[in-house]
Design a protein around this ligand. Sequence first.
Ligand code: GLN
Length: 482
Amino acid sequence: MNLNTSILQYIDDVKSGSFTVEEFISATIDRINKIDGNVHAYLSLNDSAINDAKLIDKKIISNEKVGKCYGFPISIKDNICITGTKTTCASKILENFVAPYTATVVNRLNNEDAVITGKTNLDEFAMGLTTEFSAYGATKNPWNIDYVPGGSSGGSAASVAANECLASLGSDTGGSVRNPASFCSVVGLKPTYGLISRYGLISYANSIEQIGPMTKTVKDNAFLLNIIAGQDSNDDTTIDNKNPDYLNEIEKGIEGKKIGIIKEMTTADGLSQEVSTATKESIQDFEGLGASCEEVSLPTIPYTVAAYYTITSTEAGSNLARYDNIRYGYEMESEGYEYNSYISKSRTKFGPEVTRRIILGGFVPSAGHAGKYFLKALKVKSKLISEINTAFEKYDYLIAPTAPVQPFRFGEKIDDPVTLMLLDYNTVTANLTGKPAISVPYSVINGLPIGMQIIANSLEEKSLFQAAYALETKTTIPEVPL
Ligand code: GLN
């Protein structure tokens, strides 16, 4: 059975009786058991996956109504809650936390008969870019296991790339869906802020983050967005977007569309030669597809990484204050402690990167410093929004490589937090402005993937998918070697 298939192909095959849901899910679990010791995409598996598959087969056989997903296997980042299952955020502080409720996105998948394979690895609390900050060990890149898979949704991206499921849900605060999508050669979407419910996503920086689908193909991504997008009374930040069909006109093409090539992201110092060359080739592809491309400058971009870390650390400091070792799973012996020392001691369970963010998050918004840091960061955000809105008066899409570099070796950058942060340079703009952005696998050079990023105006996902699909038709990506 070929596990390297798209969701849409899988659904056709199940409908035509080529295999049962149970057969496909069993084969997927066998694959996980065989290779995940090497890849470490998963933190936990869903014990009832086979049972869930059997129930869907039963519905198919007895001609009952079957949900749109027909049992395709999907993994979920381990910062998204599912009732009765561990949700660790790859942190020791949530080692024993069992979620008491299910995220809206997972409910929507279950309602449409998707089968959840398990929970995937991430940088602790989604803070990082390599999964090296997971408290449970890093995920490996299926293209070369000596290299990082990107992050923070590295487990999600690797699970899709290594055929350990057909799709995954990640979360993207500053690039965490798109970056690992680029590093592992899968499609990753960060939707418009408010398009997908965050109910049940453990917050890192809730004013800018979104859950996003990660898939093998652009069409699958649109299919999945159809299932999970839409207003939710449990998340007041969700928008009523009248649920357009993201898939039905996806082959429309981009003839006559105007594309702005973001100058600051394509001429930055940190851009590698390989990524720069791939970007130039992709511009030719876009022109070949009938679009016109020209450079556009958003002069605030050089300040965005600093603003992003100021804003996200502030929100993280507040969001993570709730982990006091009283309510969320981890239990420390209380004998010999008074209240404050007990809380302080239990919070040493956070790893180094999360601790760094919490300390920063206490400092930058504090009374004596807010004007210098937090309020300035908010001004950068407002200015960036106005610049990008002006750009969208003229252009249908903005493009840039998703990441300035290809995947790198483990340990290469972990001791240098600022260098790591600068790798978010091309992705944070979409988060700070709330715009939708997608990473499309573009090429594989020296055995390592490169993804191209397309950004569209708010709620223009339908058009964004058309551009992404058009670009995808121009690419040939080899099979993952694992
Ligand atoms: N690397 C960024 C950070 O550490 C992005 C993380 C994310 O999108 N969750 O904040």
